[in-house]
Design a protein around this ligand. Structure first.
Ligand SMILES: *Cc1c(COP(=O)(O)O)cnc(C)c1O
Length: 721
């Protein structure tokens, strides 16, 4: 019998078995594809996606780019054809070898972080590919990018999250522009994951006390390169319908269920690590949702005979926290009764007087009427708290100063690590190949990619080559947008005239602006149409503009939904049919298409509400130029040559601020962006524009890649004492 493997190798055997079972259905020569499908490392290999697509493009699309389902469902005929194709077989073998080499590399043991004691990264969502729908947006994509980067750097790292059986909602928009939500089953059996089993060959089953029940859960392992992600799942026959629902929907609307999810993630997550014999050196709470883990840890220390205060101090030495929310409303709080109802036993472990625990979550611990929040708890129970950009650091120190009475705002102990994005996931293979040809060898290696000197060679890339790569992305996007928009409009019941405008005229040579992000009011999508006539004139002028937008409003956020509806009212103007398109159901796949294919990436948050933002970084990796309010990451990146900025003049009166920022946006577009894009040389190349694209790559590549971000975490957060 195979020896049972523990620690971060837990569940490897189960993944391997699942891959072997899948391989049995494939022609022998394609067997390596099964191993590839069960590790998401193909996602950021330059040939990964293309390889699957080349086997059966139609089936690949139908399967939502889910590699496991694709191999299960691809007709034998296509598989046999692929098995006869020497090039496909060789590419599959090559990809499989690359993956095995990645897995075989020795770990980078850095300070406190070792294979025996990895970082345990707790997060409510993880986004690393659209085929594992356990994310909603920026927070999850950041978590996914960190897992990928830890894998690239061979840093011992495990993710802990929940296996949402219904994931996040999908979006459909009707002809009026009103958003509707629907959910469908994640069906983990048909995805690249496997349940972790014990010696008896049965799934490891653990119980966690939530409400007045013992909730059983299983653990799924997902391989993201070298980084395992463990997802907890309560969808088990022995559970009641209520507790099965705990791991059903991401950001569930019912607050009591949401609190149960937080208990599951924090307390359940720690129990899962115990069962897998993983002893983390550092527990990293990404956003406040998993903060319940600290209460469970304190209970354990107290069981060893420590006082509450001593126990808290011991726990604090192991836990670090990243805050992402710059508005108080985003930091949910719960009453004593609510918390007691969900976590009676967790609290009782902390002594007869649950007051001690509740105090940790209040701004004013002595105010018994105040409810308790996850963020305050997380800050108090961590040895380090960081925000996600320099500006956000300042905002967070101001916001949480009341937790540190007697301290000036500047000396509130909250630092920042500015977000980055995982370069190999977000830079198109075409752009990577271009840089392969012109940057020094090994430019993507961790020690090189963050060095500005590595990127100097960008300036030597012939303008025509860079422009050609950018045009190729635009054409690819335009083709997809045309067909998608036709289908979307038909589905909504629009008139055939309006439908056909999308098919005929959406033009890859027209300057294209992209705006895709969560549809929350503070993101101010409406600024684009603040002066409707002026925008319409630009859309249809002699040097026209095109506007692509996408994004989901939270199901309970009617303001966000109305913002979308208002945008749809533009449809009544005949000029917009061929120049404006809304793309439904924004996800990671759409994000990569748009960030690479648009010419300008627009971001208009009301300053200082954008904690960091990351989609603009993804755009910059593809030389898509940012035009953004100077907030979040952009305030650190913008240097006058690498994009455009709207000043972050803060203003109490929102209407005044909106009017002023809208004018600044239109002025920039009319006076700078449009002329620069359309001003071409004899070969049709916009020299001034390409110069900006180069400045964008050269300045943003080294500083906002996830390599720099993870380096900062290792050096300044994980290892610092
Ligand atoms: C990157 C990304 C985000 C976050 O983008 P912001 O700029 O922070 O709004 C949200 N959703 C998806 C699908 C993404 O890929």
């Amino acid at each position: 019998m195979e020896r049972r493997r523990r620690g971060i190798a837990s569940g490897e055997r189960d993944i391997r078995r699942a891959a072997q079972a899948l391989a049995r259905y494939l022609p022998t020569r394609l067997a390596p594809l099964a191993s590839i499908a069960y590790n998401f490392s193909w996602v950021w290999h330059p040939d990964g996606e293309q390889l699957f697509r080349d086997i059966d493009a139609h089936r690949w699309r139908l399967c939502g780019q889910n590699a496991v389902r694709f191999l299960q469902e691809t007709p034998e005929e296509s598989l046999n054809r692929a098995a006869m194709d020497e090039s496909i077989v060789a590419r599959a073998e090559y990809l499989c070898e690359a993956m095995e080499q990645t897995l075989a590399r020795p770990a980078r043991e850095d300070g406190v972080v070792t294979t025996e004691q990895p970082v345990a990264f707790f997060c409510a969502e993880f986004g690393f590919h659209r085929s594992m729908p356990v994310y909603s947006g920026g927070l999850g994509v950041l978590a996914g990018d960190i897992l990928k980067e830890a894998s690239d750097q061979a840093l011992p790292f495990v993710g802990v999250g929940l296996m949402y059986r219904k994931g996040y909602f999908h979006q459909r928009v009707d002809a009026r522009g009103w958003q509707h939500e629907y959910w469908y089953e994640t069906d983990p059996e048909r995805r690249a994951c496997a349940k972790v089993t014990g010696n008896d060959g049965r799934p490891i089953s653990i119980k966690v006390p939530i409400w007045d029940e013992e909730v059983a859960f299983h653990i799924w392992r997902v391989d993201v390169g070298r980084s395992p992600l463990f997802l907890l799942d309560t969808e088990l026959p022995e559970n009641t319908p209520r507790t099965r629902f705990i791991t059903s929907r991401l950001y569930e609307g019912n607050r009591q269920v949401r609190l149960a999810q937080y208990a599951m993630l924090g307390v359940g997550g720690l129990l899962a690590l115990d069962a897998l014999q993983i002893t983390p050196s550092v527990i990293h709470m990404n956003e406040g949702h998993p903060a319940t883990v600290t209460l469970e840890l304190v209970g354990r220390e107290m069981a060893q005979g420590r006082s509450f205060e001593e126990a808290s101090e011991v726990v604090r030495q192991r836990v670090v926290f990243t805050t992402h929310t710059p508005v108080p409303a985003g930091n949910e709080t719960y009453t004593k009764d609510e918390i007691l109802a969900v976590m009676p036993r967790v609290l009782r472990n902390l002594g007869d007087d649950v007051e001690a625990a509740l105090r940790l979550g209040r701004i004013n611990p002595d105010d018994r009427n105040e409810s308790s929040g996850m963020t305050a708890l997380a800050i108090r129970m961590s040895r380090s708290t960081n925000a996600v950009s320099r500006i956000h650091g300042g905002v967070s120190r101001g916001m949480w100063q009341p937790l540190f009475p007697g301290r000036a705002v500047e000396s509130v102990p909250i630092t920042h690590v500015t977000n980055g994005a995982h370069l190999p996931s977000w830079m198109t293979p075409q752009m990577r190949r271009l840089l392969d040809r012109h940057l020094p060898d090994g430019w993507q290696a961790p020690e090189r990619v963050t060095d500005p000197a590595t990127w100097r060679a960008v300036d030597k890339i012939p303008d025509a080559e860079l422009w050609a790569v950018s045009r190729e992305s635009s054409h690819r996007m335009a083709a997809w947008v045309r067909s998608k928009t036709v289908t979307d409009r038909l589905t909504r019941g629009d008139t055939i005239d309006y439908v056909m405008q999308a098919a005929q005229t959406f033009d890859p040579e027209v300057l294209t602006l992209g705006f895709a992000r969560r549809l929350a009011s503070y993101k101010r999508l409406y600024l684009l149409t603040h002066d409707r006539d002026r925008m319409l004139r630009m859309l249809d002028g002699p040097r026209p503009l095109q506007l692509l937008f996408a994004g989901k409003a939270h199901p309970m956020d009617d303001d966000g939904k109305r913002m979308l509806e208002q945008m749809f009212s533009l449809k009544s103007d005949p000029r917009t049919g061929r120049r404006v398109a809304f793309l439904e159901d924004y996800d990671i796949g759409l994000a990569s298409l748009l960030t690479a294919g648009c010419d300008v990436w627009i971001n208009l948050p009301r300053p200082t509400l954008e904690a960091s933002g990351t989609s603009g970084i993804k755009a910059a990796f593809n030389a898509t130029l940012n035009l953004s309010v100077l907030d979040g990451w952009w305030a650190e990146a913008y240097d006058g040559t690498n994009g455009w900025a709207i000043a972050d003049n803060r203003e109490e009166n929102h209407a005044v601020q909106d009017a002023r920022d809208a004018v600044a946006l239109y002025d920039l577009l009319e006076r700078e962006v449009v002329p620069l894009f359309y001003d071409r040389d004899a070969n049709g190349i916009p020299r001034g524009w390409v110069a900006r694209m180069k400045a964008c790559l050269r300045t943003i590549g080294p500083r906002f890649c996830a390599t720099r971000m993870l380096d900062d975490y290792v050096r300044n957060i994980y290892s610092a004492r």
